[in-house]
Structures are given as C-alpha cells and as structure tokens.
Design a binder for this molecule. Structure first.
Ligand code: ADP
Ligand code: MG
Length: 265
C-alpha cells in the first residue's frame, strides 16, 4: 500500500474544546537526543484514549512528561490540563489536579500495608469503590493481601496489580497507564481491559499507552506515536490499521522517515 509522507499524516489533532488534556507541539530532549519531536494530542474528558506505538518511539517519555517527572521538562511546547497550563508545574501539583501515572509508586509508600496504601489512594481521589473490590478486580484476594506490607516480598507482578488497584480506588481525573500488561502475571489482557473499563466507568479519563494493538478494543479513540510525533488520531480501527501497515515492518525506529522528508524539504 502506498503511504503518504508522515508529515502529511500529522496534525490530526483537534483544537481545545471539552478536552481534559491537550499537548501542543511538545519537544523533549534527553541526554542530547531529541525524543519527542512536536507531539500534538487532545484527549477528551471521559474517554479511553490509546497511544499506540512500537518500542522506542517515545511513549514512556511522553507519559513522564505529562506527569512532570524530574528530567522530563519539555524543551518546547505546552501541556494543558482542564484548560490550565501545567507545563511548569511539579509532579505533586499535577497529582493534586488529578493526574496519576502507573507505574510510579513513590518510595514513601514502602512499609505501609496494602490496606493503608489503598485507603490513602482512595482518600486522595474521588473513588467510591470498596478497596476490597479494587483488589479483587486485579485478581488479588483481599483476605490474603489487605494486611500484607508493601515491600520487596511482593513480586513485581503483585506490586503492579496493587498499583492498578490503587488507581481504581483513587478514581483520578486522568490515569496514564504505561504498558498496563507488562509484567502483570496471571491477569489476562481481557482482565486488564475489564479493569480499565471499570476505571473509566468510575469517571476516569484513561490514557492507555501500549505497543499492543489488541488494547484498542477497549479504547474509544487512538493515536499513533512514531518517532516522537503523533502521526494519526482517530477511530481505533483506522489507527490500528495504520499502525499495522506503517509499523510492523518499521525500519526507522528512532530514525523516523520524517527526518528524511524534512531534509529533502
Ligand atoms: P517507549 O516507551 O515507546 O518504548 P521511551 O520513551 O522509553 O520509548 O524511549 C524513547 C527513546 O528514547 C528510546 O530510543 C530510548 O532509548 C531513548 N531514551 C529513553 N531514555 C533516555 C535517556 N535517559 N537518554 C537518552 N535516550 C533515552
Ligand atoms: Mg515504554
């Protein structure tokens, strides 16, 4: 299939209206390498929006930039949340506005019981689910887990599931889920999608970051990230098709074609 130049596929973003999260022309450099190269994205309040992209295309970098983690301050561009410019705000300020990133469990929770952690999470947000139900939804029997401590005796997969339960308990305004299936043992993709649906029904807008197109089944809309740019936003089926055509045999991860087209002018 003949492909239009990526440059012409860009700019598929919608101007701000009832958008919860708007990213405008975001550039971000890490250790001298330009990783985000003009990201434009608009996420509507209430939607599950999938960001689809192959490995190494800048998905996690984008997630960290939205959360405002140290070292991820953009070189250019703006991030707006509920109409407010948050580009210069700290992680804590962003968290207070209702943005949560999984996986980013702060070290300060270490040593708390899972019950305490989930209760704190619930109080920090707008959650109405019982913490027991949150645990059960991520496949952890509450009676076995509520009184366990958050420490290194939990497996990586258990920690991730506890963190997913905490997002459910909190019901933040925006949840950024970075590869929610990675390292989660036991739970199937369908289980995780059900958790995401529950989260969304509880009023959380979800930014679902993944390289797996199967996740598009749970999303309302999707965007395709390649080479640090959103090349397409739209209906999931359309974006998945584009991702499959364009990325399955991609030879330019981190060296996007658009650089070439720009050079050629
Ligand atoms: P993804 O999550 O889509 O797999 P990342 O956002 O983790 O991609 O990384 C995007 C690109 O940036 C990759 O090529 C990665 O190697 C590079 N990268 C990530 N962190 C750094 C860093 N601290 N310094 C330099 N390059 C980095
Ligand atoms: Mg990643």
């Amino acid at each position: 299939m003949a492909m239009a130049k990526p440059r012409e596929m860009g700019d598929h973003w919608v101007p701000m209206g009832c958008h919860l999260l708007v990213i405008e022309d975001l550039f971000l450099e890490r250790e001298g390498r330009l990783i985000l190269r003009g990201v434009n994205l608009a996420v509507e309040e209430g939607e599950i929006h999938a960001i689809l992209g192959a490995n190494g295309t800048g998905k996690s970098t984008l997630a960290y930039a939205i959360m405002g983690l140290a070292g991820y301050r953009p070189n250019k561009g703006r991030i707006l949340f509920a109409g407010e410019d948050i580009t210069e705000k700290s992680v804590t300020e962003r968290a207070k506005l209702g943005i949560t990133l999984a996986w980013q469990q702060p070290a300060s929770f270490e040593g708390l019981t899972i019950r305490e952690y989930l209760e704190i999470s619930k109080r920090a947000g707008r959650g109405y689910l019982r913490i027991e139900d949150c645990l059960a939804l991520v496949g952890l029997p509450p009676k076995n887990y509520l009184d366990r401590t958050l420490n290194d005796r939990l497996s990586g997969g258990e920690r991730k599931r506890v963190e997913l339960a905490a997002v459910l308990a909190m019901a933040p305004r925006l949840a950024i889920l970075d590869e929610p299936d990675s390292g989660i043992d036991v739970l199937s993709l369908d289980d995780i999608m059900e958790v995401i649906r529950r989260m969304n029904r509880g009023g959380t807008t979800v930014l679902l970051i993944t390289h797996r197109e199967e996740f598009a089944r749970v999303a309302h809309r999707a965007s395709h990230l390649c080479g640090g740019r959103i090349l397409k936003t739209g209906e999931c089926a359309e974006v998945v098709q584009f991702y499959k055509n364009f990325c399955k045999e991609c030879t330019h991860i981190n060296e996007p074609e658009l650089e070439k087209t720009e050079e050629k002018g």
